[in-house]
Design a binder for this molecule. Sequence first.
Ligand code: PXG
Length: 440
Amino acid sequence: MTKPVPRNDIESQWMPFTANRQFKAAPRMIVSAQGMHYTSHDGRRILDGTAGLWCCNAGHAHPKIVAAVREQVGRLDYAPGFQMGHPLAFEAAARVAGMLPGDLDRVFFTNSGSESVDTALKIALAYHRVRGDAARTRLIGRERGYHGVGFGGISVGGISNNRKLFGALLPGVDHLPHTHDLDHNAFTRGQPKWGAHLADVLERIVQLHDPSTIAAVIVEPMAGSTGVLVPPLGYLERLRAICDRYGILLIFDEVITGFGRLGSSFAAEHFGVLPDMVTLAKGLTNATIPMGAVGVREGIYQAFMGGPAEAIELPHGYTYSGHPVAAAAALAAMDVYEQEELFGRAAELAPYFEDAAHALRERQHVIDVRNIGLVAGIELTPRPGEPTKRAYETFVKCYERGVLIRTTGDTIALSPPLIINKTEIDLLFGTLGEVLDTVH
Ligand code: PXG
């Protein structure tokens, strides 16, 4: 027998990363979206300052992506992806490979950033093993890193709140120090000059455990979720050099930085540092349909291809890997990015966005502004004894005034769709500035 459920029940859903009781007491519901705007349940237009959750890079409900999804769901809703294929998954993979720099030429599909991270970590471990280097089992992440919520991702991740409830996690994981330092880098525009030496800690970690035991290092080239940490000049280059010296794979988690966020296709291209794998999701489909991917360098793929041709080389995959409707959304999103030159547009707007962000320096509570591409982090001094409250109240007040921002700790993170215009940039930062003057 089914239980009677009231039609407007909002108790049943256990919401993700949400203060459930607080939200349910005063819900903020989104009912539709178009371009740069959401519509709230009470009929207000909300300027999207965060591209959803860093993912709707081409804006909402783009007609070409919507049409591609509609068409595909009627033509082929689903096809199995194990020992079977369908054309769009291959087409989408070739398209992603074509966009990725260097010889990141092989693409494995997942359904989310978390799955992409776990997939990349598993490929790294398996790669060493199939090469006969089976002692390489250690994974190195970084403090304050966010790599989703799978056990692999929280193990290499460095946000203690996301780890502490969940037991012992993966064994054999170590962490680099994070690169956040207000004494040296407050109010830096773009990449900070101070901090490249923090990459050298990798050398010490490698020596501590012995190079022969380390499988991979994973970092976000620009750390998003923890509050926008832009890599210091030379930092990623040093990580690459140390990994090269010791045969360690370098994984860039580009779930946020992929598909134009920094004004380039990928952070790897932006910073001129080629990782061995990249993890992708979010902007891959403009978030229209969930999809993630791992881009892998040719040599890694080939290392798996030595056994008998009838053997499954990588016993890994998801029911929905390369899902036809997601693949259609990805192809359409990549068409839109290219046809509308959105990555170039983001690069062109970045200086204007930077000036608007740094104008907030004069507002009360602001202890740092940092930015790169169409990303800005505005760090507030925490209210004594009540960390995160000031930022949360700023978020709620901005929402009431028709602007969606995102907060993490006491940092406000802004990452609008790449279609934003200058008037909307002014409104975004203008509203935030006014609200900052009203929160105590
Ligand atoms: N890696 C990175 C770098 C991410 O930013 C994930 C992995 C996980 O992706 P999925 O698709 O499994 O959620 C992410 C996700 C925020 C915020 O407000 C950021 C994310 C997700 C939700 C909120 O900073 N990033």
